[in-house]
Design a protein around this ligand. Structure first.
Ligand code: CA2
Length: 147
């Protein structure tokens, strides 16, 4: 049903999770993170729709397709976080809650990761808690939706 759907978006290179850089991103795969989101969503009567893309335009189109169809969006935009204004603009045109999530804490890393162009159009951001961030993000969405 339309308002039970939670769109979870994963940006570029997140398909590589679990294969490299476990010291930064943990040893879980993207499928593991989506499973965390699905289990938490189910506790609140929400159903996850997940898309991972390495292409900015595909993420923009997924955000457009969520309009009037999905209750909320949880997004880890990957490196697009730091410069993809088209994703900013698309999220600004979405009516429901938007929660930005990062596995690592970009504020504690290289200076170019300190800016998020998504944060200004998000309800809030969760960073630095690894896969638990996906549970926290979905929990925040459920609270924002009054579920
Ligand atoms: O901490 C996060 O979740 C990030 O969104 C991850 C992005 C990074 O560019 C952001 O600054 C913070 C990178 C995801 C790429 O993940 C990889 C995993 C394994 C091997 C290579 C990259």
């Amino acid at each position: 049903m339309m308002n039970q759907t939670l769109l979870v978006l994963s940006g570029p290179n997140l398909n590589l999770l679990g294969e490299r850089q476990p010291e930064v991103y943990g040893d879980e795969t993207l499928a593991d993170l989506v499973a965390v989101a699905e289990v938490t969503a189910a506790e609140h009567g929400l159903v996850v729709e997940h898309l991972q893309s390495n292409h900015e335009g595909e993420l923009v189109e997924a955000i457009h397709s969520a309009r009037g169809r999905c209750a909320a969006i949880v997004v880890n935009p990957g490196a697009f976080t730091h410069y993809a204004w088209a994703i900013h603009d698309a999220l600004a045109a979405f009516d429901g809650p938007v929660v930005e999530v990062h596995l690592s804490n970009p504020a504690a890393r290289e200076p170019w990761r300190h800016t998020s162009v998504v944060a200004p159009v998000a309800s809030g951001s969760i960073a630095g808690f690894g896969s638990d961030g996906y549970r926290l993000a979905v929990q925040a969405v459920a609270t924002l939706l009054g579920r």
